[in-house]
Design a protein around this ligand. Structure first.
Ligand SMILES: Nc1ncnc2c1ncn2[C@@H]1O[C@H](COP(=O)(O)OP(=O)(O)OP(=O)(O)O)[C@@H](O)[C@H]1O
Ligand SMILES: [Mg+2]
Length: 255
């Protein structure tokens, strides 16, 4: 069975794209993985060598046109890892979807109906709680909320949790679960970082992953080498942490 994850937090710059990318590469070592870029900024698409300003077949086409098959939008990145690219059109797409009152379930329906052979689908989302994030939450079984270990991180998480609850109330058939809050950019030498992590664990207890992604400059260097950190510096603390995250997620797999 395919497990579909949305990587979401309406707060910007918390590590959503970095998590989607690195978790994707780790999972693809043994499993078939599909990444979807629902962010009009197209950071994930760009990182994987495509230009979000020039995409003709993207997740936008999939959401807006009736006659396009999902297989025509999927690009193979490496064996077992594929991407449905994002495009800057997603920004106008969000407006059109609302204006034309299109259902927010298109991605969910396409993913469920197609006979795609993926074990995991990871959806990267924009730093908003609007249409594209809603589309992603509708399509997903589980949501991962990356949260920077900073003061006020809880505010964003609370808003995300409320959206998940609202969506479950309004959407019959949605069995979306909060899979976990993922502490990111943790700096063990900073008192504030420790306090923020402590607060997350106290308030959310089991909803926080055991894995913590440390602040690690290898993550910042990796794009200059055209690689995700798990390939660029496999022994780095951040790369190791993304491996632990994958293990933690897989431990929850039944069968
Ligand atoms: N653990 C980390 N240590 C150091 N830098 C990090 C870490 N995780 C992410 N970064 C850097 O922080 C910035 C923001 O990360 P990222 O783009 O993954 O966040 P995002 O939540 O997707 O942002 P947006 O909301 O804009 O889409 C990037 O420059 C990234 O390289
Ligand atoms: Mg991003």
């Amino acid at each position: 069975m395919t497990r579909i994850f949305s990587i979401a937090n309406q707060k910007g710059g918390v590590g959503k794209t970095t998590t989607t990318l690195n978790l994707g590469f780790v999972l693809a070592q043994k499993h078939r993985v599909l990444l979807i870029d629902l962010d009009a900024q197209g950071g994930l698409t760009n990182f994987l060598g495509m230009d979000p300003y020039r995409m003709t077949r993207s997740v936008y086409s999939l959401l807006m046109y009736e006659d396009i098959s999902i297989t025509r939008t999927i690009k193979t990145i490496i064996p077992r890892l594929s991407l449905i690219p994002g495009s800057i059109d997603l920004a106008s797409g969000a407006v059109r979807i609302v204006h034309e009152e299109r259902p927010l379930t298109k991605l969910k329906d396409v993913l469920r109906d197609s006979k795609l052979q993926f074990d995991y689908v990871l959806i990267d989302t924009p730093p908003t709680l609007d249409v594209m994030t809603a589309i992603s939450l509708m399509a997903a079984d589980e949501v991962i909320i990356p949260a920077q270990c900073h003061y006020l991180a809880m505010l964003g998480i609370r808003a995300m949790k409320e959206s998940i609850e609202r969506l479950k109330t309004n959407m019959t058939g949605s069995n979306l679960k909060l899979r976990g809050v993922l502490p990111t950019m943790y700096d063990a030498s900073a008192v504030q970082s420790k306090k923020a992590l402590e607060e997350l664990r106290n308030l959310l207890t089991k909803e926080v992953f055991q894995t913590v992604i440390p602040y690690d400059t290898h993550i910042l260097d990796a794009p200059y080498h055209g690689k995700p950190v798990v390939n660029y510096a496999p022994d780095s603390p951040a790369a190791q942490a993304y491996h632990s995250l994958a293990e933690e997620l897989l431990a929850g797999d039944v069968g």
